[in-house]
Design a protein around this ligand. Structure first.
Ligand code: A2P
Length: 291
């Protein structure tokens, strides 16, 4: 389906492995199980989201499992992504991590399993060998049906090259207005790797940018809608987060308009802004302690 033909957040885009992914997902970083995260997932399901993006790091898997159970929808109505954290990159640890995630999510498979970061830290020089071995294990887990698709997150072109001829279905990167990582996107696009956007609203900080607010008025939509529609029109799958039903609905309501040429042009040339400071070779975030 082409970007302009997409009509709703659950319309699907083809992956390079023959499977399909809903064109907008719901981000669940910082939606913690311990803080009754399942209530937020209930709201996201009510707002229509079926594509849930989580990670072993996020502590939101149990919330998603509980909310899916309560929704009375079928497992196949959902698209679930989880990720292997940097401490679990050895093959056996990765397998244990996925099995734990499946247990938390109350399911026998995920739709997409990602390597969360390409390396453990700045001093980790063995990363090319490590991700090559991990990828082999991910292929085995895919063969066993524990995950339907496999991909990566926060991989730059030189990390993708370390997989040689192997082609991930997805690369999930920080991507938003003012930080489009065009080099990564172009590299992925040339190889049929779908780009997903974490922090598509710049973790909220883009939404108070007066210049962007002004541009949203030109388009006649909210600033969040402007950012998310831009992602979809660029062929990128945004994973917005919100704890509020109204804002979740606002973020899903991005299919009734097309960006004006002058707006698109302005967004393309937006100066660097809202960058998180995280970097796959230089600044990988640390694991949050278990509560
Ligand atoms: P809230 O949970 O109060 O809605 P990102 O997805 O880039 O990480 O951004 C998430 C942040 O953006 C959250 O702080 C969220 O706050 C805020 N947010 C999400 N959607 C909207 C919206 N439509 N309007 C205003 N703020 C939003």
């Amino acid at each position: 389906m082409t970007q302009t033909a997409l009509q709703s957040i659950n319309d699907k885009i083809a992956l390079n492995d023959g499977r399909f992914i809903p064109c907008v997902g719901f981000g669940t970083w910082e939606i913690r199980d311990e803080a009754q995260g399942d209530k937020i997932i209930d709201l996201a399901i009510e707002a229509g989201y079926r594509h849930m993006d989580t990670a072993s790091l996020y502590h939101s898997e149990k919330s998603i499992g509980l909310a899916m159970e309560r929704s009375c929808l079928e497992r196949q109505d959902f698209f679930l992504t989880t990720k292997i954290w940097i401490d679990d990159m050895e093959p056996q640890a990765a397998r244990r991590s996925l099995l734990r995630s499946l247990d938390n999510l109350k399911t026998s498979y995920v739709d997409l399993l990602l390597i969360h970061w390409p390396r453990r830290n700045y001093t980790d020089l063995d990363w090319p060998m490590r991700i090559a071995a991990l990828w082999e294990e991910m292929l085995r887990m895919q063969d066993e049906g524990l995950t339907l698709s496999i991909g990566v997150a926060n991989f730059l072109p030189h990390h993708l090259q370390a997989l040689h001829t192997k082609r991930p279905a997805v690369d999930q990167i920080e991507w938003h207005v003012g930080y489009e990582q065009s080099e990564v996107v172009d590299y992925c696009r040339a190889r049929g790797i779908l780009v997903e956007a974490w922090a598509p609203l710049g973790r909220g900080s883009l939404l108070t940018d007066p210049n962007l607010m002004e541009l949203s008025e030109v388009q006649g939509v909210s600033t969040a809608q402007l950012c998310l529609r831009y992602a979809v029109e660029q062929g990128v799958v945004p994973l917005p987060k919100s704890s509020n039903l109204q804002r979740m609905q606002d973020n899903a309501d991005i299919f009734g308009f097309v960006l004006k040429d002058e707006v698109k042009e302005a967004l393309k040339n937006w100066p660097l802004s809202a960058y998180s400071g995280e970097h796959p070779d230089k600044a990988i975030p640390m694991m949050e302690p278990d509560l």
